[in-house]
Design a protein around this ligand. Structure first.
Ligand code: GDP
Ligand code: IMO
Ligand code: MG
Length: 436
């Protein structure tokens, strides 16, 4: 596979975290792929196949779910960290699909032995809860992510290492079925699972994955000691963090940069730079508050022009104007060194582009996200209206070639968030990028 390079690659520090700064789907896949060239290792630290990271170059299109976007570069080592929840069936499916597209997935993909497994009862519980929750449903991806993290925290989880131990696996699956089947049957009226069938299937997954399973924490720390450069690839987004996001409409992991430390066993001093990926407007999939949401023709235009449909579920994404209190909150939580601003080209047609600079909540101004407002939806977004540029920015690779109004838009974001925009993305492809 021939991979065209991005123009004028920037110089890199040793280890870099690339984090979604909004509600996910900011374009992390593109940015990780773009910067990958300068790194030796790409590691995921949280989440599972709820993620959908799209990478496009030349005429090829890849949708990564569990596997780091670095896999498209055959000389990079990719690691699924201990903080992830892994559905082995989904992982094998993804490996198969990538191989069918000519991607090298051999000993360049390793799995931490202490990552947790998603089992079919997790998925069944996720779906059953959503089905019965009515208006209170979260709008999950239905992949079993939340229930798998619950089992992990309850200390009864099945870890990847357990797939290699028939005695431990049998005990754990029998216990899990004895506990989960009655809940599925009596609370939700669903079928339970036969432990023997699950034991056989998961032992088989262990056999197939055995060569990839390793102590991921020791591996990544060894590589760092050897001076290898590691990129930490975030999934979901900061506002979906279980502690800091718009709870309860969040995912079940720590998406913020702190998750790198726990989800890979990497000490904070080894994270040298943090880039927040920010979409030039805002999108969200699933339920929960969305102060700048546009349920009108402008929102429809953003969805159509930005192709805002889920990579994993195909669901139409909710769309709205850029929300700076959210980006400021992300800058604070992640200590952002800079911003990669994506999809600026999607704004090309607007006469005017409002940007939310603060919220008014009960007469008070908030310039970060007020957590209590999530439940009550009492915030009123305060907008500053920027001039549109009404000309195509698609594929521009030089900041000076951007129309003045687009430069003003970018500089306004920098002023308001006190974070430099180091990358501007002007299209889905690797080449369609401005590096500043
Ligand atoms: P991720 O989950 O953060 O990796 O983002 P997704 O891949 O789910 O969604 C981002 C979508 O926007 C993908 O379809 C990308 O190909 C596309 N994309 C990324 N950057 C740009 C850009 O600058 N302009 C346009 N038009 N599309 C982009
Ligand atoms: P990437 O990595 C956008 C959302 C779901 C739902 C909530 C909980 O592609 O940015 P879950 O299945 O995780 O329990 O769902 O989180 N969600 C995402 N939204 N991008 C994602 O990933 C997401 N992963 C989960 O829509 O609202
Ligand atoms: Mg996505």
């Amino acid at each position: 596979m021939v991979i065209p390079s991005a123009p004028g690659m920037r110089k890199h520090v040793q280890n870099l975290a690339v984090i979604g700064a909004q509600w996910g789907d900011e374009g992390k896949g593109k940015i990780v792929d773009l910067l990958c060239e300068s790194y030796d290792v790409v590691a995921r630290y949280q989440g599972g196949h709820n993620a959908g990271h799209t990478v496009k170059f030349a005429d090829q299109h890849f949708a990564l779910r569990l596997i780091p976007s670095g896999i498209l570069h055959p000389d990079k080592l990719c690691l699924l960290g201990n903080g992830m929840v892994i559905d082995p069936d989904a992982l094998l499916d993804e490996i198969g699909k990538l191989r069918a597209l000519g991607v090298h997935v051999e000993d360049n993909l390793k799995i931490s032995d202490s990552a947790h497994c998603i089992l079919p009862y997790h998925k069944a519980l996720d779906l059953a809860r959503e089905e019965t929750a009515g208006k209170a449903k979260i709008g999950t991806t239905g992949r079993g992510i939340g229930p798998a993290y619950e089992t992990k925290v309850s200390r009864y989880g099945i870890r990847i290492a357990d797939l290699l131990d028939a005695v431990v696996l049998r005990d754990k699956i029998e216990f899990a079925c004895a506990e989960k089947n009655p809940v599925l049957k009596t609370v939700y009226g669903k079928e339970g699972f036969d432990p023997q069938t699950l034991i056989e299937a998961y032992l088989r997954y262990g056999e197939i994955l055995a060569d990839r399973i390793t102590n991921g924490t020791v591996l990544v720390n060894q590589l760092i000691r050897e001076g290898k450069k590691v990129m930490f690839e975030g999934a979901q987004g900061t506002l979906l963090d279980v502690d800091h996001g718009t709870y309860p409409y969040v995912t079940s992991s720590n998406t913020v940069v702190g998750g790198v430390c726990t989800g890979l066993g990497v000490a904070p001093k080894h994270i040298h730079e943090v880039i927040g990926v920010v979409k030039a407007y805002t999108t969200r999939v699933g339920g929960g508050s969305f102060p700048t949401e546009l349920e009108n023709e402008h929102g429809e235009h953003l969805r159509k022009r930005g192709n805002e449909f889920g990579t994993v579920t195909g669901r139409p994404r909710r769309t709205g104007w850029l929300d700076l209190p959210i980006v400021r909150t992300s800058a604070m939580l992640n200590g952002l060194d800079s911003i990669a601003l994506t999809k600026i080209d999607v704004l090309d047609d607007f006469d005017e582009i409002p940007v939310c600079t603060a919220y008014k909540v009960r007469g008070e101004n908030w310039n970060t996200y007020p957590s209590f407002a999530v439940e009550h939806q009492e915030y009123q977004p305060q907008y500053r209206t920027m001039k549109g540029w009404k000309t195509s920015t698609v594929g521009i690779t030089n900041f000076d070639k951007l129309p003045q109004a687009a430069k003003d838009y970018i500089r306004f974001i920098e002023d308001e968030t006190e974070a430099k925009v180091s990358i501007v993305s002007t299209g889905p492809r690797r080449e369609e990028t401005i590096l500043r």
